[in-house]
Design a protein around this ligand. Structure first.
Ligand code: GLV
Length: 312
């Protein structure tokens, strides 16, 4: 019985992952693609951007587990074997990292740090009047585990937090929730700092284009740590150029790595990070993945499973 690790992305250090998984699952034989051994032995595939088409080679595969929170890198494989559970990664450390990253940019924009940096370059001593956190509305798109955790940490800092998602939700505490396309403009028109954590699906692709960006109040900010394809990048550049959006922090892009000739690299109001907001932690993620594999071995359901109908 073996677990196959497969990735095409350099930031995934496969040896560290393989050692981490082997340590928590001594009963399994952990292999790294392409050294898979006998294809009949492979029962679980643990992947991040795996080489397209390889998963159909393993006749005894029982499940595909993601090394990251999103599974768009799995379901975009046109030759994915059908009928297997695809398991997302919900991991405390990853969620915590995403919260810290979001918080960093919220505070950067909320407390005018982006302006003080510009002022320093021209040696200008101008004290901007500060806005109280309770007077600042932060809108979060995507209220799953990560979005809710970010929302709660901002509520704890007294920000006014609202959220938007495609489906009705219960018990979001102090986060006022807007649901579905009919409430998107209400949500956006109040949002001064927008944090996107939505997964990329057929329904969310380019959900923030020209019209939706125009609903945001003039002078608002955008932090994207979900997926690049959610925001139409050329509409975003237009909104930045016109000053409608003051600045944006982007960790994810329609094309990654961000091509060298992409204007986002050099726009003065764009902060680029290379998809590092929530790097999976091999220690804690290996335990979560092992727990899910053991549930499947016991005939129980792993958590959370990708749902074809909702697209995530
Ligand atoms: C990172 O983007 C992830 O899906 O965890």
């Amino acid at each position: 019985m073996s677990i196959l690790l497969a990735s095409t992305d350099f930031w995934e250090d496969m040896e560290v992952w393989s050692n981490g998984l082997q340590e928590v699952m001594p009963e399994m034989d952990v292999r790294v693609y392409p050294d898979e051994g006998d294809v009949n032995d492979v029962e679980y595939a643990v992947v991040w951007k795996h080489p397209r088409g390889i998963l159909k080679k393993y006749p005894n595969l029982k499940a595909i587990l993601s090394l990251g929170a999103g599974v768009d890198h799995i379901i975009s494989d046109p030759e994915l074997p059908e009928g297997l559970p695809i398991v997302r990664l919900v991991d405390k450390k990853l969620t915590h990292e995403m919260c810290l990253h979001a918080l960093h940019w919220v505070l950067h924009f909320h407390s005018d740090q982006y302006l003080y940096r510009i002022q320093q370059q021209s040696r200008e001593w101008i004290q901007q009047s500060s806005v109280q956190s309770e007077d600042r509305t932060i809108g979060i798109m995507g209220l799953g585990n990560i979005g809710k955790a970010i929302g709660d940490s901002l509520v704890n800092l007294d920000f006014n937090v609202i959220g938007w998602g495609a489906r009705p939700k219960h018990s979001l505490g102090n986060i006022e929730y807007y649901c579905g396309h009919e409430q998107l403009s209400d949500f956006l028109s109040q949002t001064e700092i927008l944090i996107n954590v939505l997964p990329l699906t057929e329904n969310t692709k380019n959900i923030l284009s020209k019209i939706e960006l125009a609903f945001l109040p003039k002078g608002s900010f955008i932090i994207n740590i979900g997926r690049g394809g959610i925001i139409n990048e050329s509409d975003l550049l237009t909104a930045l150029d016109s000053g409608h959006i003051t600045a944006t922090a982007l960790d994810v892009f329609a094309q990654e790595p961000l091509p060298e000739n992409n204007s986002l690299w050099v726009h003065p109001s764009v902060y680029v990070t290379p998809h590092i907001a929530g790097q999976s932690n091999p220690g804690s993620a290996a335990r979560t993945i092992a727990d899910n594999i053991r549930l499947i071995e016991k005939g129980e359901s792993p958590y959370p499973i990708y749902s074809h109908s909702s697209g995530y």
